[in-house]
Design a protein. Sequence first.
Length: 565
Amino acid sequence: MAQNDEYILEILLENGLASKAQIDRARAEMKPDMTVPETLIAHGIVTEEDVTKALASHAAMDFVDISGFAVPQDIIQMVPRDLAKRFRVIPLAISDAGLTIATADPLNFDAFDSLHHLLQRDLEFVCSTPEAITLAFRKYYGTAEEAVDELAGQLGDNIEIGGEGSATGAEGDTADAPIIKMVSMMLVEAYNMRASDIHLEPLEKRFRVRFRIDGVLHEMQNPPKKLQTAIISRLKIMTGSMSIAEKRLPQDGRIQVKMGRKQIDLRVSTIPTSHGESVVMRILDKSSLSLGLPQLGFLSDDQEIIESLIKLPDGILLVTGPTGSGKTTTLYGCLHYINKPDKKLITVEDPVEYQMNGINQVQVNADIGMTFPAALRSMLRQAPNVIMIGEIRDVETANIAINASLTGHLVFSTLHTNDAPSAVARLVDIGVQPFLVSSATRAIIAQRLVRKLCQNCKRPTEMTEAEISALGLDASQLGEATVMRGAGCDACKHLGYKGRMGIFEIFIIDDEVRHMINEKASTIELRKRAREMGMRTLREDGIRKVLAGMTTAEEVIGVTMSDAH
C-alpha cells in the first residue's frame, strides 16, 4: 500500500468506500504487521482494486488491469530487474508519449521522478493493483520456476489439447507437469492475443518466442534456454504424429485445442537449425470462415462486383498476392457466401487448413500420387458446381482448371503475382495458351492485408506532409476525410490496431481485354486498359480506407510500395 495511510483513508471516506465506524474498527483490530487499509481489505469492507482505483482517480492516473497483458520481451528489457523490484513497476508498452509503466502506488511521486532520471526517457504512468504488479514481476523478472508456476496459475481448467493421433494431450509424468502447463499457457496466451502464428526460435544463447499479431511479430517472454528441448518435445507429443527422436529432418503435424466451447486447430511445422529445431505453429481459427464480404474489407461498390462474379455459372476467378496476403481467407469467404444445399462444392488444397461444413475438401498428398492434377481429374467425375484449387502452380493444373471452367464449372484459385493484370502473363509464362486464358478467366483480384484501427481507441488526427505526398492526395480529397489514428488501449493491447482487412484491385475481363490477351498484349497495356475500365489500384483502394478512418496511411504505404499511380 502507499506510505501515507491517513491520506488513503481520507480518500476511501470521500469516495464512500468505507465509513468512519468501519475505519475505527479496523484501526482497533489491526494486527502489528498490517496497515489500516490492509485490515479493511482483509475484512472484506473494500477490495484491493477498489482502493487502487480510488487512489488512481485521485492522482489523475488511468487504472489498467494488467493481469491479461502479455508484454513483449523488448519492452520488459527497457526497465532493469532491480529498478522494477525497487519501485514495484512493470513496463507495458512504448508509444509517442513515451514508455508506459504500471505502478502499484500512484502517490509515490518520488519514485516517478527517480525513474525519469534513471531511465532517461519520457514515461507515462498507469496504475494497477499491488497483487497484479507482484504476479507480473514474477512472470517477467522471476526465475524459470516462478514463471512456470505463474503461467500454470492463470491456465485454469478450460483447455483440452489433442493431436492427430491422440484423444488428449494432457498425459505425462509428474516431472513433466511444469512443461505441460507452460506449453498449454503459451497456446492460451497466443489465442487470447489474437496471434495468427507462434514462432519458437532457438538462438545461440536464448530460446526466442514470438507471436505474429495482425501480421507483425512481437517478442514475448522467452522460456529459459535449458527448457528448449523439453518444450519442443512436448509439442511433438501433442501432435500425436511427430517423432521426438527425429531432429535432423523437417516434420509437420496438427494439434487440436478446445478452449471452453471453441475448437482451435494448430498446424505445426519444425525445421532443424544450427542451434536446434525451429517450430512455427499456425493458429487456424474457424471463425474466420464465416466472415462476410464487408468483414474481409470489401466496400459496398466492390462487394456488389464480387457478389455478381461469384454467382456466375462458370469461368475462373483468380485471387493473387504474395504469401500471407489473405488469399485463402478471401476464397473461403466467397465459398461461404455461395455454400447452399443446391450446389456441390469441392476443394483441393495443400494442406486443408480449415474444415468447412457442406463442402467436400480433398487433401493433396504427393507421396501417394495425389497431386493437384490427379485430384482435379477425380473431382470432375464427382459432378461439382464449384471447384476451389488451393494454388495454380504448373501448366497441368492450370489447363485442367481452365478445361473445367469451359465445361460449366465455376473455379476459384490463387496465383502468386504482385498485381491483377500481371496474372495473365504469369499463366502464359507457365505454358497456358493465351486463347485459353482469355476464354476461361472472368476476373482477377489482387489483394494485400492492412491492419485495422482499433474501434475502441481510434481518434481523429491529421496526416503528415510526407504521408500526403506519398499517397498523392490533394486538398479536395482531404476536405471530407475522417483520418484516424489508434491511441492504444486495453482492447488492442496498446497497439492502436485490432484485426486486419484487405485492400483490393479488381480486374474484370471483358471482350476488349480478351482480344488483347489473344493478341499477346503486354502487362503494361492490360493495366492501362484496366484503368480505363475504372479499376482502382491497391493503393487507391487503401487510400479510400484511410480517408474513411479504417486504417492508417502508414499501413497502406507499407504494403503498396511498388504500386504505380
